[in-house]
Design a binder for this molecule. Structure first.
Ligand SMILES: [Zn+2]
Length: 96
């Protein structure tokens, strides 16, 4: 399934998501909760035309993550992702 709506890649979410995550989530690997594809988050298709950000699986277009920033806080829905895997060797290298 492909969408006709233009999108950016997952890297475009780095600034907004850095407000929630202390690590760079765009470098993390995640598994789609629908089709099971495992990809770097940066490969997700990012839709920013609504009130927030929707990241969709680059294989099946399933909604992986939604983030909306409001005056009441940041709402994060990651129910579309089966899991994230963070490369601990990268984290150690960054922390010195
Ligand atoms: Zn998928």
């Amino acid at each position: 399934m492909s969408s006709q709506i233009p999108y950016l890649d997952g890297n475009a979410a780095a600034g907004e998501l850095s407000r929630v995550f202390a690590v760079d989530i765009t470098a993390a690997e995640g598994q789609c909760g629908s089709c099971g594809a495992t990809r770097r988050f940066a490969e997700a298709h990012l839709y920013m035309g609504g009130p927030g950000i929707v990241a969709r699986c680059c294989v099946c277009e399933h909604a992986l993550l939604r983030v909306v920033s409001t005056r009441h806080g940041i709402f994060l829905d990651i129910t579309g992702i089966a899991y994230f895997r963070f490369d601990t060797t990268e984290l150690k290298a960054r922390s010195g």
